[in-house]
Design a binder for this molecule. Structure first.
Ligand SMILES: Nc1ncnc2c1ncn2[C@@H]1O[C@H](COP(=O)(O)OP(=O)(O)OP(=O)(O)O)[C@@H](O)[C@H]1O
Length: 634
């Protein structure tokens, strides 16, 4: 292969521009990034050598070396890890293959300061070398291959890859330092950075000093796996840095869970709950990213079933003692020990979350904002094993509280005679709070859960057994019987009549109107009924008892999963002035075109209140204009 010039993927070029210019104050993190990659490369080879020991023959001790050449103004970082083939070089150091990158780059605003903050959260890995270098060379030879390759770039849009000579496997990264970055040639400075960010790396990191007698290697880190050390020996800073390394993340952990299980199954676990929701959390290909180790050997960070999908935000390490080392990853995944570990880890994580929820509700609310929608997937998917705990962890916005509410809080506040846990699902809490469906509930002081995650429609349908015997009930579907609920501003019947009698009178008043509306609207609605949930609005639409709930239907239609809309039930408020007037007109026999226009206007009004489009805007405008003309006539 002669030297081949190539251009960076557009996203990389964009990132490089920001990297080169704006991460000034934090640029020492380039070393952490490169050491992290070198340590991953050693991990990968250690795993492959389990089944193919030839790959490490003659050089079984993994290490990372750092050398500084003050004359040449170069800093060199080398490892004897897995190395890269020419193809891998091209794929890895010219593009960003990580899922979520596109979403991330599309969020960049072009404002350098803001973007620098975002990059801080995202991490740019290898490319951070260009913060301190104006030219970077990567000389690499993949373990087991004969040829070596050299990647060179000045980070300005292009790179070249050519054949090269290298005696042993692994990767050497040479950085030609920018004039203002020469501080990174000082041993003290490098030592400080390694101690700060990379002390926990289980591979020895050595500083190579030139002496008269030749070279001398000095260890810069402790080189034992952090999760194997006692909790008391680990500082908060070290935990944090290990999170940054293991998760390739830049936020701080929201929670750190470190424990060792002994007994039937032995494993160590160092898991983190991030503070920030990763960009790709809802990416369909996003998998669990907890790293599986067996007896300190890294196996995979893509082990299906190691933690359930609804905990896929967890990062960190699980290291097992009781799994076989030299079987394929696929066989490992099916090992019953792994399933037991998964179940134990899930239980532990949920229990830690419960403790936090109890003791630090405000902190827990932040967690819930970031990861609540994912946790709800558990209610939908997790059989029955952890359902009860999961239900106790769910938090809600409601009509009665500014703070997030648990089901326990809700149940304690239920009104006398209230039989169900009421909820409404829609786009945003603000829109939901304006919904006419809530009127009767507000009047009675009955709390309603306001749900806005796409998953809500699904998990609630799987909640047949309800919460502590109380069923969940959508207030936009089926009848709303609030009569049994005590309290609130119930209207007192006039002239001393009993409740029941007064209702019968009102029913008799509007029965002819209901019949006329049904006739006028025909198949456009499933039914027209008197409402028990409206107090202020004249009308609203609901889904009939056995039909799909309104929000779910809207969602499915948006995603083209459903073509035909199911006709809804139009509920009318017998106490509203418009309805009363219409009822009088019908009684007086006035049921012509004007009534039909009024019927459609009411239906369209209900649709608008639902946030839906009016199917025939022209007809709507005409009817509205006519109604105004009549109403405004002098
Ligand atoms: N020293 C190395 N030895 C072998 N492969 C490496 C080395 N450094 C980088 N790579 C390869 O290049 C890829 C890209 O590295 P880069 O640091 O840009 O991203 P990353 O490590 O995948 O993710 P992050 O940006 O979160 O660090 C790595 O995934 C790895 O496959």
């Amino acid at each position: 292969m002669t030297a081949e010039k190539r251009t960076f993927q557009a996203e990389v070029s964009k990132l490089l521009k920001i990297v080169a210019n704006s991460l000034y104050s934090e640029r020492e993190v380039f070393l952490r990034e490169l050491i992290s990659n070198a340590s991953d490369a050693c991990d990968k080879l250690r795993y492959l050598a389990l089944t193919n020991p030839d790959l490490t023959t003659g050089d079984g001790e993994f290490k990372i070396r750092i050398a500084a050449d003050k004359d040449a103004k170069t800093l060199t970082l080398s490892d004897n890890g897995i190395g890269m083939s020419a193809e891998e070089l091209n794929d890895n150091l010219g593009t960003i293959a990580r899922s979520g990158t596109e979403a991330f780059v599309s969020e960049l605003s072009g404002d350098e300061k803001k973007d620098a903050g975002l990059i801080g959260q995202f991490g740019v890995g290898f490319y951070s070398a260009f913060m301190i270098a104006d030219k970077v060379e990567v000389l690499t030879k993949r373990a087991g291959e004969a040829k070596a390759h050299l990647w060179t770039s000045d980070g300005l849009g292009e790179y070249t890859i050519s054949d090269a000579e290298k005696a042993n496997r692994g990767t050497i990264i040479t950085m030609h330092l920018k004039e203002d970055a020469l501080e990174f040639l000082e041993e003290q400075r490098l030592q400080h950075i390694v101690k700060r960010y990379s002390d926990h790396i289980p591979v020895p990191i050595l500083f190579v000093a030139k002496t008269d007698a030749g070279e001398e290697e000095k260890a810069l880190n402790e080189a034992s796996a952090l999760w194997t050390r006692a909790k008391s020996e680990i500082s908060e800073e070290q935990y944090k840095e290990f999170y940054h390394h293991a998760a390739h993340a830049f936020d701080d952990p929201w929670a750190t869970l470190h424990w060792k299980a002994e007994g039937v199954i032995e494993y160590s676990s160092l898991l983190y709950v991030p503070t920030q929701r990763p960009f790709d959390l809802f990416h369909p290909e996003r998998k669990n990213r907890v790293k599986l180790y067996v007896k300190r050997v890294f196996i995979t960070d893509d082990c299906e079933g190691l933690v359930p999908e609804y905990l896929r935000f967890l990062r960190g390490v699980i290291d097992c003692e009781d799994l076989p080392l030299n079987v394929s990853r696929e066989l490992l995944q099916r090992n019953p020990v792994l399933q037991k570990i998964s179940s134990a880890v899930t239980k532990r994580v949920l229990s830690e979350l419960s403790k936090k929820a109890e003791k630090e509700p405000e902190e827990y609310a932040k967690f819930w904002d970031a990861f609540g929608p994912v946790m709800k997937e558990g209610l939908y998917a997790d059989g029955t094993e952890h359902k009860e705990t999961l239900l106790s962890l769910v938090r809600f916005k409601t009509t009665e509280s500014d703070k997030l509410v648990s089901l326990k809080d809700y149940a304690e506040r239920m009104k006398e005679g209230q039989e169900a846990i009421y909820y409404i699902i829609g786009e945003s809490p603000e829109a939901l709070l304006n919904s006419p469906h809530l009127e009767g509930f507000k009047a009675k002081g009955v709390e309603v859960l306001l749900l806005t995650d796409p998953i809500d429609d699904f998990w609630l349908q799987a909640m047949f057994e309800g919460y502590e015997g109380k069923p969940f009930k959508s207030i936009t579907r089926g009848s709303a019987d609030l009569d049994a609920v005590k309290g609130g501003a119930d209207e007192k019947p006039e002239d001393g009549k009993k409740d029941e009698e007064a209702k019968q009178d009102a029913g008799a008043e509007i029965a002819p109107l209901i019949a006329s509306l049904k006739l006028a609207l025909g198949d456009t609605v499933k039914d027209v009924r008197e409402s028990k949930r409206l107090t202020d609005s004249p009308v609203c639409l609901i889904a009939d008892e056995g039909d799909m709930d309104i929000n779910l239907e809207r969602l499915l239609r948006q995603h083209k999963q459903l073509e035909q809309a199911t006709p809804r039930v139009l509920e009318i408020n017998a106490k509203h002035a418009v309805i009363k007037t219409l009822a009088k007109r019908v009684k007086a026999g006035k049921t012509g075109q004007e009534l039909e226009d009024a019927a459609y206007l009411l239906l369209d009004q209900a649709r608008i209140m639902e946030g839906e489009a009016v199917p025939d805007p022209k007809a709507f405008a005409r009817r509205l204009a006519l109604a105004m003309e009549r109403g405004l006539a002098v």
